[in-house]
Design a protein around this ligand. Structure first.
Ligand code: CP3
Length: 362
């Protein structure tokens, strides 16, 4: 089934946009598209715990397909969580109403040394299995996306033990025991590379690295800690033709460094003007960077008309070129399904996008 409003099937549309090749419109999906705003997700979660869904391929596949069946976006991300590898490395995780908790926090060199190097083909087999089953269910024309947390963001949860404002214990480690944090980031990167390789081997068309908490770092600290771990990860991954999308939040001050991470696509939030970013990255790196983003998730609380305007404004920043349309962070759990549909449909309207491109060229 070709993607609505495009001459390309969804997979080639997505891969072309990630490589910066010309497309007749921008592909569109939403971070956290499988989740609580969908009544069918809430119904399934009433019967199964979050981790049970993550670890049971049939359930993970069902939940991953729910948004595609409801909204027909251009990519399907496998259902899982960035904390799954933390558990595989030996840290138990609990998902309660207050978000995830890791009671066995990393605080000292010995805690890092105790971490387990896991074999993703065996110890988190459920994830490549879910990806394989998704690829089979969706056929060759729909891209399936894999993902992992970026080393810094995963380290934040491993050290602070939960989502904490400013991640004070991780920051303390950065300054008081920088070598311990470096070693932790190195171990995460090493394990994450294998974890993502297993996802590509299972059929993922692209993978996304979530660096939700990158914005907590100064540029110097990002360059000294987060960036080398990203570079280690992408070098071990050797993406070749397979796109690696790097998402970071509140990170305007870091994006020129992020362009040295080895990622293929930079995914940014609503604070960033993508036209300005593209111009500054062109000056810094000599090439036009593929970008993903960046509509404020809160824009989906607006009317259908204002959602369409937000989509057009995002597309106008790139002319729809080398652009994967997305939100600037995950979809919020109380957004009406109709508003999510308005976002996807606005993105898939080729004629309007062409009009944006024409207006920009004029
Ligand atoms: O995008 C998708 O649809 C794929 C699934 C996905 C989930 N989490 C499912 C999930 C992805 C890509 C993630 C990434 C993730 N997980 C990130 C990075 C992106 C971001 O949103 O910042 C982070 C920081 C986490 C860690 C995490 N998992 C937190 C902080 C929470 C609690 C907050 C919340 O939204 O409830 C989770 C739980 C979680 N992960 C849920 C879902 C659908 C909600 C769990 C539920 O069903 O009760």
């Amino acid at each position: 089934m070709p993607a609505p409003g495009s001459q390309f099937d969804r997979k080639s549309l997505f891969q072309r946009a990630c490589r910066g090749e010309s497309t007749d419109r921008a592909p569109v999906w939403m971070m956290r598209q499988a989740g609580r705003y969908l009544p069918e997700y809430r119904a399934l979660r009433a019967k199964h715990s979050f981790l049970e869904v993550c670890k049971t391929p049939a359930l993970a596949v069902e939940v991953s397909l729910q948004p595609f069946q409801a909204l027909a976006m251009d990519a399907v991300i496998v259902f899982s969580d960035i904390l799954v590898p933390a558990e595989a490395m030996g840290l138990p995780i609990h998902f309660g109403d207050g978000g995830p908790e890791l009671p066995e926090k990393i605080r000292r060199r010995e805690d890092v040394a105790r971490l387990h190097d896991f074999d993703p083909e065996r110890e988190t087999r459920f994830l490549p299995d879910a990806i394989q089953q998704l690829c089979r269910a969706l056929g060759p024309e729909v891209p399936v996306l894999g993902f992992a947390g970026a080393p810094w963001t995963l380290a934040c949860y491993m050290v602070d033990g939960a989502g904490r404002d400013g991640f004070p214990e991780t920051k303390r480690m950065l300054h008081a025991q920088p070598e311990v944090l470096r070693e932790l980031l190195r171990r995460i990167a090493q394990n994450t590379a294998r974890y993502l390789q297993a996802q590509f081997a299972a059929g993922a068309s692209a993978v996304q690295l979530f660096d939700t908490w990158a914005g907590e770092l100064s540029r110097d600290d990002y360059d000294a800690f987060a960036l080398p771990a990203l570079q280690q990860l992408t070098a071990a991954l050797r993406p070749g033709d397979s796109p690696v999308i790097y998402y970071s939040k509140a990170s305007s001050h870091l994006l020129e460094s992020a362009a040295r991470s080895g990622a293929t696509v930079l995914s940014v939030d609503w604070r960033v003007d993508m036209a300005e970013l593209r111009a500054s990255l062109l000056a810094a790196t000599g090439r036009e960077w593929p970008l993903q983003g960046n509509v404020d998730p809160h824009a989906l609380y607006g009317s259908e008309l204002s959602i369409r305007a937000a989509v057009q404004a995002a597309l106008a920043q790139t002319g729809g070129r080398a652009h994967v349309l997305n939100l600037g962070h995950g979809i919020l759990p109380d957004v009406p399904v109709e508003s999510a549909r308005a976002f996807i449909h606005a993105g898939q309207q080729r004629l309007e996008n062409a009009a944006v491109g024409a207006a920009e060229r004029a």
